[in-house]
Design a protein around this ligand. Sequence first.
Ligand code: SF4
Length: 315
Amino acid sequence: MLLEVRNLQTHFKIGRKKTVHAVDGVSLKIEENEILGLVGESGCGKSTLGKTLAGLQPRTGGHIIFRGKELPQRYSVADFRRNSREIQMIFQDPYASLNPRMTVKEIISEPMRLQAGGGSSDYGPLVGQWLERVGLKPEHMARYPHEFSGGQRQRIGIARALILQPKFVVCDEPISALDVSVQAQVISLLQELKETLGLTLLFIAHDLSMVRYISDRMAVMYLGSVIEEGPSDEVYFEPKHPYTQMLIASNPAPDPALERSRPHDPPKGEIPSPINLGEGCRFAARCPEAMPHCHTETPKPKHTDSKRMIACHLY
Ligand code: SF4
């Protein structure tokens, strides 16, 4: 087991009485060399969970155990230096996540410089190797981010995340800002790097088909908690939780003829506010199968077999 998350909570206070439950009681396990896909609608807490695991957001409660050791609730500078060698993050927006005033060489070598506490070492040869590794050219290192396309910028972000050779990488929607043809290239690159470097990935995305394609297991998040989890193919082709069923039904089919002929039944209504959540199933207001006790009793996660978990009173 590389990473275990137990009852993780990340809350944000708004004023005196209101609390946003962005992540609220998430438990997950990620095995070494595995890709866990995390899906859910916008605002369900996926990115906050990713940032909390990467130490960029302090947690409110719960435990994160990485390689047998509990990670601190709030990182100090020393914690960042120590843990960033093993846990890194690839960000969603390749435009906003690269400093426009820094050259590619400065951007990719920054984690090395921070680890060394500054200094004047020349990381040029190493940066050149990483640029080739991610499909760019060593001569690109003197250029600035605005001279690259979105896909090339994401490759620079990937090189920056991997230069310290971490064990675990949180990929926070790394392809959602890219063109479809470029998405496939970036996914192939991530798969190849995962195999050759022995990486473990948390792959956060909207695109369920892409998550099924790249991930070994899939976890579905709704309003701060994981409501279904299991092997990617099983969750995708045999979704059990009503929310997962609606999410998958709303995913476009790649074949235009099939897409035109199939019934469309996207999830109805909006995700309720994550402020001051009460008891009961959080999906109850939108669920076509809701029963009276769904509104008052919170469903506990149940393991239907050794691989599947569902949090729903139907099971
Ligand atoms: Fe629907 Fe009830 Fe299951 Fe929630 S617990 S998903 S409301 S059936």
